[in-house]
Design a protein around this ligand. Structure first.
Ligand code: PLP
Length: 387
């Protein structure tokens, strides 16, 4: 049986996106690749809501490569306030520490977000020059309000860095309007391309002072290559993941054709149907309701790992829980990339069956019904439907 991928990354991609990456043998200096790289860099600026005061970067790698590389814009001797709502927020701690960068951490319990009051109090001390936050925390499905946090932070710090790995392309980032200095992401999550590319967008003014650590992980060395790629010229520094960029370019063309706001709304609509569907079936969503994200739903259950195994047999791959405080007691649904209404309905049907089979008290059919109603109502209202 061919399984459906509703993991939290790599996410479900389309046949056309996959084929774009494998249909040709393509060299890194070929016109096809250079055109795809230019289109992807421009697309990256578009989905981030950046203007020409920002520079986009596409590097071989992953989200963690992007995290590590963007820290080169944090000056030695400055102090960072890190807001973390889970495992991927916590990942910044060893990254910054390994480069000798000072930080303080504000963290939240699983399913919750750090409070704006606490952020304000910390920033009021005047000790911080940088703030880092994760837009959607993939380990819990919690979305932080980057607009409200940025508004407070702009008055206090010189640099705001956002991890958009599980959000870029499916949540509103709007970095120029919000005064965000840099956003990082990766090809395989909310964008729905195959894994292999690290994505970064940085304000050009932040590129004037870059730390002197590392060769590969230092943005300074990637500025000229990216400027050249933006002109469709060869910018080789290290071999780019050619096939991934060809696929990514197709994703950005798809997003432009659909419209970014429409794509974000599609994700919101699917998320609402899935989250409401889970609760209607009698299960509980981990994230507090006002923190539900467009891309990841974490579901509490004492049978979580068993449900994930059962769902795999029924044809859908979900993700187990990774937050150390509640691992084994929840699982995660990824609804990003190219998932559609019928994937959401199938996901709920599979979860209801797998949960019932392992003794969870679920109301078979209620989750699917609720989601079906929401999707139908919102389709009527928006006139939309499928990505
Ligand atoms: C929010 C977030 N940040 C960073 C990462 C790390 O990305 P990668 O696994 O591509 O290195 C992940 C991966 O799941 C993530 O979800």
């Amino acid at each position: 049986m061919q399984r459906k991928l509703m993991h939290v990354g790599p996410s479900f991609t389309s046949y056309r996106v996959q084929m774009a990456g494998v249909s040709e043998n393509t060299g890194f200096a070929s016109p096809d690749f250079l055109e795809a790289m230019k289109n992807s860099l421009e697309g990256l600026l578009y989905v981030a809501g950046a203007d020409d005061t920002y520079l986009p970067f596409i590097l071989p790698g992953s989200g963690t490569v992007a995290m590590e590389t963007v820290t080169s814009i944090i000056p030695k001797g400055s102090r960072t306030l890190l807001l973390t709502n889970g495992v991927f927020g916590d990942r910044w701690i060893p990254i910054l520490s390994s480069h000798g960068l000072d930080l303080d951490v504000l963290s939240a319990e699983p399913g919750r977000s750090v409070s704006l009051d606490d952020v304000r109090k910390k920033l009021d001390t005047g000790r911080y020059q940088n703030l880092i936050m994760t837009h959607v925390e993939t380990s819990t499905g919690v979305r932080i309000d980057i607009e409200k946090v940025s508004k407070i932070a702009r008055e206090h710090v010189d640099r705001i860095i956002v991890d958009g790995v599980a959000s870029l392309g499916a949540e509103k980032e709007d970095i120029a309007r919000l005064g965000i200095t840099a956003i990082i992401s990766a090809s395989q999550k909310a964008l729905g391309a195959p894994p292999g590319a690290a994505l970064i967008v940085v304000s050009r003014s932040a590129l004037d002072h870059i730390n002197d650590f590392s060769y590969f992980f230092n943005l300074k060395n990637w500025i000229t290559p990216m400027e050249r790629y933006l002109e469709a010229k060869n910018g080789y520094l290290s071999t780019e993941p050619v096939g991934v960029v060809l696929s990514l370019s197709r994703v950005f063309s798809d997003i432009r054709a659909a419209g970014l706001d429409e794509r974000i709304e599609e994700h919101r609509r699917l998320s609402l149907a899935l989250n409401e569907g889970i609760e209607a079936a009698g299960l509980k969503v981990l994230a507090e309701r006002d923190l539900w994200s467009n891309t990841v739903t974490a579901v509490l259950s004492d049978h979580a790992d068993e449900i994930v195994r059962g769902a795999m047999d029924l044809g859908i791959e979900f993700a187990t829980g990774v937050h150390p405080k509640i691992a084994g007691r929840y699982f995660r649904i990824g609804h990003m990339g190219y998932v559609n209404d019928f994937d959401a309905l199938a996901a709920l049907s599979v979860i209801e069956r797998a949960a019932a089979k392992c003794g969870e008290k679920v109301r078979i059919g209620d989750g699917v019904k609720k989601a079906q109603e929401i999707l139908y109502d919102l389709t009527k209202k928006n006139g939309g439907g499928q990505m």
